[in-house]
Design a protein around this ligand. Structure first.
Ligand code: NAI
Ligand code: MG
Length: 348
């Protein structure tokens, strides 16, 4: 393979975002050292600071400039000083939508040495494929007579055959490349009959393309029970934007915590850059103290390397995090100490 030069857009963001992103970039450098693969970074100032200073969320210029990159690494966006919804609707969702990142990929693995709050937990190793551009998150709604006894609010979930089919096909493809080749559709088609049956029929229609993958179905409420009592059952889960958001927080909680949960907002067609980010937020309660765990960001860098076609480098990154988890002895470490330890393990 040819050594490659990539343009990486870096959105460090707010709170602990810049702290964990610095360690992510350190580990990216360690993983690519001596390979000839290079990343030229451009930093984008987006998030709470920018909004306070200028009132901007994501300007048209920012979006155009970001589109000129191959991939994006994002820390976290958000701060209690900004009204809820402004930055989510103004920065994060517009990026996912405008860049058509229709797969939100969230792997969960319980590494040896990590403590799960579950008793008697078997091997946890599954990946949630969450739809990223539709569902109730598209902003299709409104409010009338706000703050009166007659207030009306709507938040309409959008599910298109096109949107569902492409994410379902992606999930089948992921499942077909894994050992167990097992896909679970999670929805609530007994109550949400319109969207739910669109999802069910789409899975049924796509399944024959992947004869080696077996699939089953769980309602979202039942899925939370199984994730608590028997998470080892899952291999690949495909679900809509809202159910996936909630289920992946539970997935993080049972498999080593939010400090280890990585994600990719992936545009599989590669028409626009994909974006890799830890699942956690800006953690204002510990920001500036240098104690945030950068592991989720480092794992997100691993997902990015895999997406770019370097599975062996991605595996080195993940193995480093797994080995670090196994070697943990309870001693408190700073963000930089963890990043240094991971970079050293990646170098080997
Ligand atoms: P959060 O994930 O920032 O924090 C939840 C708890 O986990 C806090 O106690 C925090 O200290 C801890 N925590 C999070 N990441 C950690 C890490 N790497 N190491 C150690 N501890 C960690 O979620 P929260 O508090 O609900 O949200 C804070 C802000 O972040 C809000 O403004 C929210 O909107 C934003 N947010 C942004 C996201 C993004 O950029 N994609 C995702 C989630 C939240
Ligand atoms: Mg979430």
């Amino acid at each position: 393979t040819q050594p490659q030069a990539y343009r990486l857009a870096v959105v460090a963001g707010d709170g602990i975002g810049p702290e964990v992103v610095a360690e992510g970039l350190k580990c990216l450098a360690a993983a690519t050292e001596g390979t000839g693969i290079t990343f030229e970074t451009t930093e984008f100032d987006l998030g709470a600071k920018r909004w306070h200073a200028t009132g901007d969320t994501l300007a048209a210029d920012d979006l155009e400039a970001i589109k000129g990159h191959d991939v994006i690494l994002l820390g976290a966006i958000g701060d209690p000083s900004v009204p809820s919804g402004v930055l989510e609707r103004g920065v994060l969702l517009p990026l996912r939508f405008a860049l058509d990142q229709y797969v939100n990929l969230r792997p969960s693995r319980l590494y040896p040495g990590e403590v799960s709050p579950l008793r008697d937990v078997d091997a946890v190793d599954f990946v949630v494929v969450r739809e990223g551009t539709e569902g109730p998150y598209v902003g299709n709604g409104g409010a009338l007579r706000v703050d009166t006894p007659h207030e009306i609010a709507t938040e309409v979930s959008i599910n298109t055959r096109h949107g569902v089919e492409r994410v379902v096909r992606y999930a089948f493809d992921v499942a077909s490349k894994r050992d167990r080749k097992q896909l679970t559709l999670v929805h609530k088609h007994n109550v949400l009959v319109h969207a739910g049956h669109l999802w069910r029929r789409t899975v049924e229609a796509v399944a024959p393309e992947f004869p080696d993958v077996t699939w089953d179905y769980l309602h979202i409420d039942a899925a939370t029970i199984v994730m608590t009592t028997n998470p080892g059952k899952f291999d690949v889960i495909v679900t809509d934007n809202l159910f996936g958001d909630i289920l992946t927080d539970q997935a993080a909680a049972i498999s080593g915590g939010i400090g280890l949960a990585a994600s990719g907002n992936v545009n599989p067609d590669r028409t626009y850059p994909s974006m890799f980010e830890p699942v956690h937020g800006s953690a204002p309660d510990i920001a500036g103290q240098g104690i945030a765990d950068p592991s989720a960001t480092v794992l997100s860098v691993g997902l990015m390397l895999d997406f770019l076609g370097y599975p062996e480098l991605a595996a080195r990154v993940e193995d480093a995090v797994a080995a670090d988890a196994a070697a943990k002895d309870g001693t408190a470490r700073t963000t930089v100490q963890v990043g240094d330890a991971l970079a050293a393990r990646i170098r080997g």
